[in-house]
Design a protein around this ligand. Structure first.
Ligand code: CU
Ligand code: ZN
Length: 524
């Protein structure tokens, strides 16, 4: 007697092979049988005739670190079939915490990681808390370089002392012991951007032999794109660890048409023996914290110091000048996009800013864009996020289609006018890019969204529809599945994706989140 049988569907197993007609039986949270199961007895049966059964999607690039702690978790991810979230990307994790600097990390993450107790010190404590509340999707956590740096040396703009570096190495080792599935960095963000390459090599070396990757939001995706990707691959090469280049893109008009060159860097890294891969989200805009658009020196000392600087008119003038001229080594995102292409995605106070560009807000205020930018940031206590349009469609397609590239949403869990990737990434790849544009087959899309990422991050027993694997499953209609989230109206669930199961529990039924919190903690 099985717990549940999905009857009458076609199974797309996740290896990239084409779909075949088969039933799927589930017992104790695992896939117990796949095939023609006839009249096999089950406590419950789900008729999925005409639909495709695929492995649940493993989102390799998320910022869902705080999502499970919400009383009413936003179903944006589970409704698009994400059954496993790899958290802690871009160097940002809510651990480890050291008593002296914990408040700095907490202030830094206000607005993104709300609803958390912050009462742990290391990964094990954070994961215990997660386990207690019960995540909707499975969670595997990276440890973030930014958080390591805050723990060891706050928001100091310098290289670490030998002692501080040893502290960070110890914290990486502890995180691995606790089950971290890799190390992430965000080298355009404070405090990660204050690091030099040798520091990152020294930290990545702690991963050597574990098979765990170094995943990086590289030091630049606009003017310094090629040096930055070389640095990331070089870190993996020097440390002897696999590399994941996060959210691959050729951003800024000067880079348009250069995605092929970017991917060639990955290929040549592999030719030298580095196990390098990348991920991408299927959109022409990025999204990040609004404060991340400021020059590096603004962040020294942390959020409090940053907000104070914004109130100083002489410093505002200095910032305005630097937006014009740039600074060596600074990823000037607003300069690359243009103020008319930087839109406010989330706020705490003034809802009327949502969806509007800094240019428009400046026009209304009757001031220069930089003045408007600083005012909004200050009014909103440094917490807003923004959406920046800066990629070319042809490059997005080149990257999506490359065999070394898997899918990751980079979804930021905020309300308001978030980037549509938060709600639409996976159905958009399956429907728009695979079926409608024909970039690749749906079986290949599922491979890029399930088994390939599970393999990269060492999640054994996930990512395929085979006997013995966890019953993380997505049921979709191959002919109609698609995203509905748009830049104008992003908080829209997909169509054609009626059921999602996490560890054998129905988390989405007929397109509605059931409230199930059946996710497990996947410790490395
Ligand atoms: Cu990210
Ligand atoms: Zn990032």
């Amino acid at each position: 007697m099985f717990d549940l049988v999905l009857r009458g569907g076609r199974v797309l197993d996740g290896t990239g092979s084409r779909d075949v007609p088969a039933d799927v039986a589930i017992q104790d949270g695992k896939i117990a049988a796949v095939g023609q199961l006839g009249a096999a007895q089950a406590r419950e049966a789900l008729d999925v005739s005409g639909l495709t059964i695929a492995p649940g999607f493993v989102d390799v690039h998320t910022h869902s670190d705080a999502l499970p702690f919400a009383a009413d978790p936003l179903p944006a991810k589970i409704l698009q079939g994400v059954t496993t979230e790899i958290t802690g990307n871009c160097g940002s994790t809510p651990f480890p915490l050291e008593p002296k600097t914990a408040h700095l990390l907490r202030e830094h993450h206000a607005g993104l990681f709300a609803d958390m107790a912050w009462d742990w010190t290391r990964l094990s404590g954070y994961l215990e808390r997660l386990e207690a509340v019960g995540p909707v999707s499975n969670v595997a956590a990276l440890v973030g370089h930014g958080a390591l740096r805050v723990a060891a040396m706050g928001f100091d703009r310098r290289s670490p002392t030998d002692d501080e570096l040893r502290t960070m190495q110890r914290l990486v080792a502890e995180s691995l012991e606790d089950g971290a599935v890799g190390l992430s960095s965000g080298l355009i963000y404070a405090p990660g951007l204050y690091s030099q390459t040798p520091e990152l090599v020294a930290l990545a070396e702690v991963l050597r032999g574990s098979g765990r990757p170094y995943a990086s939001h590289i030091r630049g995706e606009t003017a310094t794109l090629f040096d930055a990707v070389d640095e990331a691959i070089g870190i993996g090469e020097a440390a002897g660890v696999p590399v994941q280049v996060s959210h691959l893109k050729a951003a800024g008009q000067a880079n348009w048409g250069r995605a092929g060159e970017l991917l060639a860097r990955l290929e040549s890294g592999r030719a030298r023996g580095v196990e390098v891969t990348g991920d991408v989200y299927p959109y022409d805009a990025g999204s990040t914290r609004m404060s991340a658009l400021l020059p590096p020196w603004c962040h020294e000392g942390g959020k409090g110091a940053l907000l104070e600087r914004l109130g100083d008119s002489a410093l505002r003038a200095r910032i305005a000048g630097e937006f014009e001229t740039g600074l060596p080594g600074w990823e000037n995102l607003a300069g690359a996009a243009g103020w008319d292409r930087v839109r406010i995605a989330s706020v705490e106070e003034n809802q009327s800013y949502l969806g509007r560009s800094v240019q428009e807000i400046a026009h209304e205020m009757g001031v220069e864009p930089l003045e408007a930018f600083c005012s909004v940031l200050q009014e909103e206590h440094g917490a807003p996020t923004v959406v920046l349009t800066m990629m070319d469609e042809a490059d997005i397609r080149t990257i999506l289609a490359h065999p070394l590239v898997m899918i990751g949403s980079d979804a930021i869990i905020t309300r308001g006018r978030p980037h549509p990737r938060t709600w639409g990434t996976y159905p958009r790849v399956l429907g728009h890019y695979a079926r409608d544009v024909g970039l690749f087959s749906q079986p290949e899309a599922v491979r890029k969204m399930a088994s390939f990422p599970a393999e990269k991050f060492g999640l054994s027993g996930r990512g395929l529809v085979v006997e013995g694997h966890a019953a993380d499953l997505v049921v979709f209609d191959a002919a109609t599945v698609n995203d509905r989230a748009t830049y104008e109206d992003p908080e829209q669930p997909p169509i054609g994706m009626p059921h999602v199961l996490v560890n054998g529990v129905v988390a989405v039924r007929d397109g509605v989140f059931t409230g199930a919190r059946a996710g497990q903690i996947l410790r490395g």
